[in-house]
Design a protein around this ligand. Structure first.
Ligand code: GLN
Length: 455
């Protein structure tokens, strides 16, 4: 059914970079054989799952939607992929994304833009645009995305589905192609909070091969969703976002409405503020490019990645440097190059103190704001995005406008917190709007508990 749905919608939506039809049918048959033999089945038995093309898969290409990795097939599975297989899920294919997860619209993919199933003239958001669009289009019930600065939550919001960014370290990053290692997390996208909880349960947990993985047991997330009684829960509304002029009226109204729903479930609403929130985007856009410039230095056409065919052996720099430069020139798109240059600059001698080290200090202040806010409330409620899905082409030539899409999402990454984007209504164009809940570190249960009551 999933394969038929993809065949029907994907020529238009372009959510997939690779559909593994035969492998998926084989996997489904294996699960069925297990069932017939009376063997115990995993929690995702037979369920088709699509995964963002930033996760290493031993039996499918992994391109990060970049020419640099076109045709690359990793020799191993990412831990989350291994866990999906262990849970008897059926991996259906790899989903389109902004190149190396840098973007907010899936327009920087080297393999064409993904379209929003609600309005195909609009973007599905990004960078996990394909992962959100294929769930919204009804191709698969579950997908995995990655979130460095909002890349699960913003596309989930634009596509009217649910997406969760786990606590930093909750889910293993082993086999997740690195963008900004101190911010990256893998997380679930699905139709419902229940499905998100089930998928999170299957992928979370300690992993010795990821040195930042947290050695903590995984709660039974699906078990905590059975109530709409939120008495005793304090939900903080961010003063900054409710007064922000850059935010569409319909978004503010949706957040307000969500507050009413939570109140009707018995929660208490309090106003809180995060004094350094105006520095979230600038801080993120120093730290993320710095880490990216370092992580992406491995793609030089010799050990990894696209290798140019036009090596200039008479080049003044010598053939090796020439090959390196040309391979990177040909392999990377404009946004990736921009990030590498910004990152190299901010890390270079004489500038590192002014930019990178300064950004690290501000990051500490931002984390402190969240710590203080969570002494006054249990969860934070606010918008996911300043607007609903924008038109394809609208922001693609204006990086600053594109970066401002991340206004409300990058805080959770800088502080390492879990956050969820939930469908919160529609705007006047009939486009979905997301609302966001953020929780203290490792409080995914609290997040899902409140999200479950809301849905
Ligand atoms: N839009 C942000 C960026 O371009 C977030 C990306 C992400 O979370 N991977 O960096």
């Amino acid at each position: 059914q999933a394969l038929a749905a993809i065949q029907h919608s994907d020529p238009q939506i372009n959510a997939f970079t690779h559909v593994a039809a035969e492998l998926a049918v084989d996997a489904a048959r294996r699960v069925d054989a297990k069932r017939l033999a009376g063997e115990a089945l995993g929690p995702l038995a037979g369920i088709p799952v699509a995964v963002k093309d930033v996760l290493c898969t031993a039996d499918m290409p992994t391109t990060c939607s970049s020419r640099m990795l076109k045709g690359f097939q990793p020799p191993y599975d990412a831990t989350v992929i291994h866990k999906l297989r262990e849970a008897d899920a059926v991996l259906i294919g790899k989903t389109n994304m902004d190149e190396f997860a840098m973007g907010a619209s899936t327009e920087t993919s080297a393999f064409g833009v993904t379209r929003n199933p609600w309005d195909t003239d609009r973007t599905p958001g990004g960078s996990s645009g394909g992962a959100a669009a294929c769930v919204a289009a009804g191709n698969v019930p579950l997908s995995l995305g990655s979130d460095t600065g909002g890349s699960i939550r913003q596309p989930a919001a634009f596509c009217g589905v649910t997406g969760l960014k786990p606590t930093y370290g909750r889910v293993s990053r082993y086999g997740l192609v690195a963008f900004a290692s101190s911010l990256d997390q893998v997380g679930p996208i699905a139709w419902s909070v229940d499905d998100v909880a089930l998928l999170l349960e299957s992928i979370a947990g300690f992993e010795p091969r990821d040195s930042t993985s947290l050695n903590q047991g995984v709660p039974n997330y699906s078990e905590i969703l059975q109530t709409t009684d939120l008495r005793g829960l304090k939900i903080g509304i961010l003063r900054e976002s409710s007064e922000n002029k850059a935010v569409d009226h319909a978004i503010l109204a949706a957040v307000h409405h969500a507050g009413d729903v939570f109140r009707s479930c018995g929660a208490e609403l309090v106003e809180v503020n995060l004094p350094h929130s105006e520095y979230w985007v600038p801080t993120y856009y120093v730290i993320a490019p710095c880490e990216a410039s370092s992580n992406l230095s491995r793609y030089e056409g010799a050990h990894y990645g696209h290798r140019t065919e036009s090596i200039d052996s008479n080049s003044e720099q010598g053939p090796l440097v020439s090959a390196y430069c040309r391979s990177r020139e040909e392999g990377f798109g404009a946004e990736v190059k921009r990030r590498i240059m910004v990152g190299m600059y901010a890390l270079s001698e004489g500038y590192a103190d002014k930019y990178y080290n300064q950004a690290l200090k501000v990051r500490r202040l931002i984390k402190g704001d969240f710590d203080a806010a969570f002494t006054q409330c249990d969860l934070l409620l606010g918008p996911v995005t300043p607007s609903s899905a924008f038109r394809i082409g609208e922001k693609v030539d204006d990086p600053i406008q594109m970066y401002l899409c991340d206004l409300f999402t990058v805080g959770a990454n800088l502080a390492g917190l879990p956050a969820i984007s939930l469908p919160g209504g529609f705007d006047e164009h009939g486009l979905p709007i997301g609302i966001q809940l953020q929780a203290p570190v490792l409080e995914e249960s609290r997040l899902l508990f409140a999200a479950g009551a809301f849905q």
